[in-house]
Design a protein around this ligand. Structure first.
Ligand code: BV8
Length: 250
């Protein structure tokens, strides 16, 4: 996909001039790693479900086996995926600038690319916790049930992600909002901008005087908030926006 040269030059200028960058990522940054985005994560077997229906506590209570299997399916997909040039480019940027990386993704690919201190607003696919647990829940090592249950109280193990209708982790939410209020540039990569409160962060940054750049091959709900939209895939675009690694010391 050809990126507009003038937009590219403007983005490079803005990033070079920035000193405190909030990077907000969504499922699109993992698309070039072969991980389906959230709204097309329901390919094949899952095609008949609406993700916003499955990613809820209510769905889990009604059909724990189905929902658990959906998450196991996604864990298998993600475990087989590798970080792509977009994930690696953000690691390089953080070596050159003050970067706060906030992700809506639960796939852990930023961490596997080498990003540290990733603020996961929606939890992590590979963390588990308990639903209505007894406080000392443990699963039998060979619990073949789907989902596993606590050997003491029978509680269901559940994915450690934030479902629709659940509040975001308090510290993660506070840190993300603080970064939005204090950054001088907000780089939004690979999100449809439809899920709140995460999608509200670029608007907060803009209200506090930051510039906003969106990277997305498709139109998104955040385009109107952006000062600049780069209509391109993240893996192709991000490596073009800043040097691949911290400039060698003079
Ligand atoms: C909450 C984990 C309150 C689970 C997810 C206003 C304010 C607050 C809340 C709301 C509000 N309005 C509505 C709500 C409720 C709701 C919500 O936002 N609903 C939406 C649908 C309208 N929000 C919530 O419920 C949140 N909780 O508000 O709690 C509260 C307060 C106190 C007490 C109790 C409750 C919780 C939301 C979190 C839900 N969990 N994930 C799981 O993964 O199973 S959200 C899920 O969507 C993923 O995390 C995903 O990351 C996220 C956002 O989607 P995107 O990342 O944008 O992915 P999508 O597929 O949509 O788009 C991909 C984009 O990539 C596309 O634009 C595409 O063009 C682009 N792309 C494709 N290829 C590439 C690319 N871009 C770049 N390069 C490429 N190669």
């Amino acid at each position: 996909m050809l990126i507009d040269a003038a937009h590219l030059a403007e983005a490079r200028r803005r990033i070079a001039a920035a000193s405190d960058i909030l990077v907000l990522t969504g499922a699109g940054i993992s698309a070039e790693s072969g991980v389906p985005t959230f709204r097309d994560a329901l390919t094949g077997l899952w095609a008949r479900f609406d993700p916003e229906e499955l990613a809820t506590e209510d769905a889990y209570r009604r059909q724990p086996g189905l929902v658990w299997d959906w998450y196991e399916h996604r864990r298998t997909l993600v475990a087989a995926a590798q970080p792509n040039p977009a994930h690696h480019a953000i690691v390089a940027l953080a070596a050159q600038k003050k970067v706060t990386l906030v992700t809506q993704n639960v796939d852990g690919l930023h961490q596997r690319a080498g990003s540290t201190d990733v603020i996961e607003l929606h939890g992590n696919l590979f963390a588990n916790k308990w639903l209505d647990g007894c406080g000392r829940c443990e699963a039998a090592p060979d619990d073949g049930r789907s989902p596993p249950r606590c050997i003491h109280c029978g509680a269901l193990m559940r994915p450690g992600v934030v479902w629709f209708g659940e509040d975001l982790p308090r510290v993660a939410r506070y840190r993300a909002e603080h970064a939005a209020q204090t950054c001088d540039l907000c780089l939004v990569v690979g999100t449809s901008g439809m899920v709140y409160p995460a999608a509200g962060l670029p608007g907060v940054a803009k209200d506090h005087g930051a510039g906003v750049i969106v990277v997305n091959p498709q139109p998104s709900a955040l385009d109107a908030t952006a000062d600049l939209v780069l209509r391109a895939p993240a893996g192709q675009c991000l490596p073009m926006l800043w040097p691949p690694c911290a400039a060698a010391p003079a």
